[in-house]
Design a protein around this ligand. Sequence first.
Ligand code: OOB
Length: 548
Amino acid sequence: MNTSIYPEHGWPDEFVQRYRQAGHWQGETFGALLRSRALQHPDRVAVASDTQQVTYAQLDQQASAIAAGLLARGLVAGDRVIVHLPNIPEFVSVIFGLFRAGIIPLYALPAHRIAEIEHFASTGGARGYICAAEHAGFNYCNLASTLQQRCTSVEHVIVVGDNTRSFTTLQSILASGAGVPIPATVSSPQDIAFLQISGGSTGLSKLIPRTHDDYIYTLRESARICGLDSDSVFLCALPMAHNFPMSSPGFLGTLYVGGRVVLSLSPSPEACFGLIEREHVTQCSLVPPLLMLWLDAAACSKPNLSTLRVVQVGGAKLIPEVAQRVKPVLGVTLQQVFGMAEGLVNYTRLNDDADIIIHTQGRPISPDDEILIVDDNDVPVALGQPGHLLTRGPYTIRGYYNNPAANARSFTRDGYYRTGDIVKLTPTGYLVVQGRAGDHINRAGEKISAEEIENHLLAHPAVFDAAVVSVPDTYLGERSCAFIIPKNEKPRAIELKKWIRERGLADFKVPDQFIFVDTFSETAVGKISRKALRAQLRAQFESTQQSV
Ligand code: OOB
């Protein structure tokens, strides 16, 4: 067991004992889980899309074939493989194939581009990269080629779909592994099951190691809290690599209880309303901006959503005015979700009073989730006062993967994770999110590090200095605004946008707005922190908005 002050990953022994004795950690693994569900109800549909229906038995067979095929190619248990796939059934068979082989998936979002993927490959020491040939007009095979040139550790590229670059296809892996006998699991419950990526408020994303035991605990409890059972049909409309639609309760929570997962390549109301009707969807998760789109579309087009019972909304703050419209317009129960890929997830409960559902972001999953709300000096604030949220518990990581510097910043000496969120606690134990202490931008649930974008802007030859801040946006919640001091000639905003894209960053990180200034302020230059500068610029932005 890890005994360092900032353990890499893994809980100290006393906590391991406590979580086992409480029955939170039941010694399950993903590989064994799928086998057991396939034996319980082989012919039920596990995953459906516009073009495919995969039963539990088929999913189990595919997972074994993929595992055997990958092992035959030379990958071994413990290797890391980046999974870069959109919402297609192969996402599910691939990750269960990796679980079965004991290989660790590292989930990338479809929007990520070479800069992010290269960073994940090098920090994760990835040996493989699995992508779609093409999705939403982007050719992932070209990205794979560049990745292999830049990152020699990535020996294996596997592509879902035909490709002209002669990369190995998933089809051939499946064919080569079909029928090869392979155990349901080779992992121990406390092994790392996969790596998630952090929103990253300081610089580049960090990798989040989640174990079988801790993650499966959240699936079991989330399914219960969200009212899922084997008759439930969950529509996965958000990118399935994201922790929220993966596990809160998400597609994995649905598979845990033997329900049916329906995948949509797009979260738009046009794509989803038809699927809800056709597939008799009962549950779905959305971020607030999408919920707003759905509400507006449903109010106009009056779709048949009669099977839909619950919509989870999280990832960013939902304002009460919007929360209030959910029941009358969609006819469903709203469930607010405030969670993080690092662990802690809070839900409003389905039978909570309307006031709690509309005005709070829920309470923790587990009686063993420990919550501290503290001031800037780590001293607990009085009940009801806002403060920094710190947490530890049976499914909150104790450290990022391979990142002692980040661990020293993000965890207290006794293992609490510093979430970076400012919250208030109600007398009945519900959390109300007030905002962020750190400098990240929460753009429609996608987290953007100001520092990461500033560093790319500073590399532009015409930029003398850059500060990126979040500004309020009616639909996105927050959008990004870059304040730029040009060197000489003022560059055009369109040029800077192109620059960010060409540096291989996800599109959602391209600043929405640019403001060119001569100087940040007399006192700002070199004398105050970036954090204070960003706060000052944000205030400056807000005051100009009010005077317009
Ligand atoms: C989810 O996970 P991440 O890792 O992309 O982002 C976590 C951060 C939180 O620290 C908080 O700043 C923000 O996203 N957040 C919310 C929120 N839910 C997440 N802020 C206000 N209100 C909410 N309801 O976003 C995530 C993971 C699991 C479940 C749900 C969301």
